[in-house]
Ligand binder design. Structure first.
Ligand code: NAP
Ligand code: SF4
Length: 672
């Protein structure tokens, strides 16, 4: 009996049986756009090898007007079919199955040719769409059908018709974006005609033995979204039209509710999918913030769905399923839902990867496998950079010793994990510990390495990290002035706090200071915080009361010298969430200040060159002014003429994050 009987149970679809209940959800990686199909093939084949039941590709446009951005991947020409065929062959050879997502972006398409049911611009796009006429709608449907037929020719096991997230099909479903008065608008029967026609005509064209997944928006999280009665009506209609599986979509891209960020509790939306169970006879998939096999197993055991979609977790670890099935779940690289190397890259037009697994989408560039010559390797520091280089080097067959001055591994991540909404980082540290042990690394905790300890190793790697930087403000040595490290280590803090610095850590510390709870937020509290309601009671699932968070635990003023909006440089897909949360918590965010001095009463600032002095009363002042590299040992080695590699924060402290640290560590280890 395995530990995950529901998750690892096969799913019989009639004409084909999936080997387990794990769907790798669609992710736009920008890999296809590189034109390097060797890389595309390696990415998907590697995940097929890891045992996932079914994969869905990133969105493939049915036509040029529906492409997410000009030049986005489509399946327009015979040459495209040949390319895709190479990939599906690679997936099948690795024992996997794959469906192609057909994504028509509608008014979200980033270009002037975008089309939509009505000429209503989205709040997140600069382009106003053209309202499509009835002939145009017929063309779009025909293009979906052609795309599905080509997908079948290209060897796919099926298609996913993207009907959620506020894209083209979704736009027809709700009055917010569909103001038509012809047979494609008006009452719900007319508004849902488009998806039903698409599914039915695709089914007719591809025959009975081809998977059609319909991705259905079960909670739109926008005003005037669908009701749950409409969701059920649509689900039944697409089932009757020939869909094989219904997948869950959560929230439109323009929704002001986070849906996948790390602060969203695990499995926060499975209750929505569960409401649909029993209304249709075909399998239903649930989604969003399911990142561990234990969570997926519980979701299935509770009857929330027949199958679980995980996208980013399969970037983080292609072996998610095989590790779950072989008693190695503790070694699954955890998706911490940070978006830093995946969605933030996608939206910046960069290739997707993964913070915890830099090999993702770089499979051909950072190959796995053993080194030709076994070496002895010393690593100083067991933060993200040190652990990454140590584990990767040990997996390549080297004999690795890690010296860590603290009592545990993780470095700066041990501060991050104390931040409310970043509870996933606990699992990140635990995974680092488990990986070091499994790779056979000789880990020496509570050991501050000296230069003498490092002689005799073939390779020495300094990953000694960073230390908080002083702000250089008069009065900084007063007892009520704390570093972020002291605060996040549990130092007592008064009711009124001034936070100096508004980078990622200033935001994290402010969130810590205004939040009063132990452990992860409950789903009920999180829903109240963001104003999420039940779509059975309120259109789109928005609580008519709006967000109603807990009262802030403290009065916090967060400051920076730059005159720009605070948080402007935070992650593209998550920065708005941090800003919105601090707004909800009434944090006073002030830019354009200069710091005059710290006094026992608080912080004295001046606004602008000619501004008058102003006291911000504070019981404590917390310094979050960035970091400096810790590289004494590297300097000592250099003085002795001993060569070493320097990585992570010890290398460059500026804008250090775990993504850069881990990437540098893994890439270095791959060369040893
Ligand atoms: P940071 O992003 O460099 O921010 C430092 C802050 O301190 C800035 O607001 C800066 O603003 C201020 N500052 C700099 N020098 C100062 C001085 N001498 N006196 C007073 N203020 C000063 O550093 P961080 O916040 O420590 O973050 C470090 C790294 O961790 C960053 O790369 C960050 O991206 C990463 N991180 C990421 C996350 C995440 O959620 N992804 C969370 C935490 C940290 P002014 O110069 O305008 O005053
Ligand atoms: Fe998950 Fe972050 Fe990796 Fe994206 S970059 S897959 S969110 S761990």
């Amino acid at each position: 009996m395995n530990s995950f009987p529901h998750l690892l149970a096969p799913l019989d679809l009639g004409f084909v049986t999936l080997k387990n209940r794990v769907l790798m959800g669609s992710m736009h990686t920008n890999l296809e756009e590189t034109g390097d199909w060797g890389r595309v093939n390696a990415f998907y084949a590697r995940r097929a090898e890891g045992g996932v039941g079914l994969m869905v590709t990133g969105g493939i446009a049915p036509n040029r007007e529906g492409a997410v951005f000009p030049g986005a991947a489509g399946l327009f020409k015979d040459r495209d079919i040949v390319n895709h065929r190479g990939m599906t062959d690679a997936v099948h050879a690795a024992g996997g199955r794959i469906a192609m997502q057909i994504l028509h972006a509608g008014r979200y398409a980033y270009g002037p040719d975008c089309v939509a049911p009505s000429a209503l611009k989205s709040p997140i796009s600069p382009f106003a769409p053209t309202a499509i006429d009835a002939t145009g709608i017929e063309k779009q449907i025909a293009d979906f059908v052609t795309s599905a037929v080509r997908a079948r020719e290209a060897g796919y096991d099926g298609v996913e018709i993207m009907g959620s997230e506020g894209y083209f099909i979704n736009e027809f479903l709700v009055a917010r974006t569909n103001r038509r008065d012809d047979e494609w608008g008006g009452d719900y029967a007319n508004r849902m005609r488009l998806p039903v026609e698409i599914v039915s005509r695709v089914r007719e064209a591809v025959g009975p033995d081809f998977i059609i997944i319909y991705r259905l928006s079960m909670i739109d999280l926008v005003p005037d979204g669908s009701t749950f009665d409409e969701v059920v009506a649509l689900a039944k209609a697409v089932e009757a039209a020939g869909a094989t599986i219904i997948n869950t979509g959560i929230g439109w891209h323009e929704a002001r509710v986070p849906t996948i960020a790390t602060s969203v509790p695990r499995a926060a939306f499975t209750w929505v999918t569960k409401k649909l169970m029993g209304h249709v006879g075909i399998p239903v998939i649930t989604s969003n913030r399911i990142n561990r096999p234990e969570v997926a197993e519980a979701v299935l055991a509770e009857g929330c769905a027949d199958m679980v979609s995980m996208a980013r977790p399969l970037l983080a670890d292609p072996d998610f399923v095989v590790k779950s099935a072989t008693g190695r779940a503790h070694l699954i690289a955890p998706c911490i839902a940070c978006n830093q190397a995946c969605l933030d890259h996608t939206f910046a037009g960069k290739l997707t990867s993964c913070l915890v697994n830099p090999r993702a989408c770089h499979e051909t560039q950072i190959p796995e496998g053993h080194a030709a010559t076994v070496k002895t390797v010393a690593v100083v520091g067991a933060g993200p950079a040190g652990v990454a280089v140590a584990v990767t080097a040990a997996e390549r067959g080297h004999k690795v010793t890690v010296f860590e001055k603290d009592a545990r591994v993780g470095g700066q991540i041990n501060y991050a994990k104390m931040v409310p909404g970043k509870e996933e980082f606990h699992g990140f540290v635990e995974w680092m510990e488990a990986s070091l042990a499994a790779a056979g690394v000789d880990l020496r905790l509570n050991t501050a390495a000296k230069a003498d300890d490092l002689s005799g190793f073939d390779e020495v790697i300094i990953a000694s990290g960073v230390a908080p930087r002083a702000a250089g403000i008069p009065g900084e040595d007063l007892p009520h002035v704390l570093t972020y490290a002291q605060v996040l280590s549990g130092a007592p803090v008064g009711d009124r706090v001034a936070v100096i610095g508004a980078g990622g850590i200033g935001f994290d510390v402010s969130e810590y200071l205004v939040t009063d709870r132990d452990g992860p937020e409950s789903i009920a509290d999180w829903k109240a915080n963001w104003g999420v309601g039940d779509p059975a009671e309120t259109r789109g699932g928005l609580d008519p009361r709006g967000p109603h968070p807990h009262a802030p635990a403290r009065q916090v003023v967060m400051l920076q010298r730059k005159a720009e909006k605070l948080g402007r440089r935070l992650g593209k897909t998550t920065g708005w969430i941090h800003r919105a949360q601090l707004d909800l918590m009434k944090v006073d965010m002030q830019g354009g200040v200069s710091y005059e001095r710290i006094t026992p009463e608080g912080l004295v600032v001046r606004r602008g060159e000619d501004g008058t002095e102003e006291l911000i009363p504070a019981d404590n002042v917390v310094i979050c002014a960035g970091q400096n590299s810790v590289r004494d040992l590297a300097d000592a080695l250099a003085a002795r003429g001993q060569s070493c590699h320097i990585i992570g924060g010890a290398d460059v402290a500026a804008e250090l994050d775990a993504k850069r640290a881990i990437d540098q560590g893994v890439r270095l280890a791959a060369t040893l």
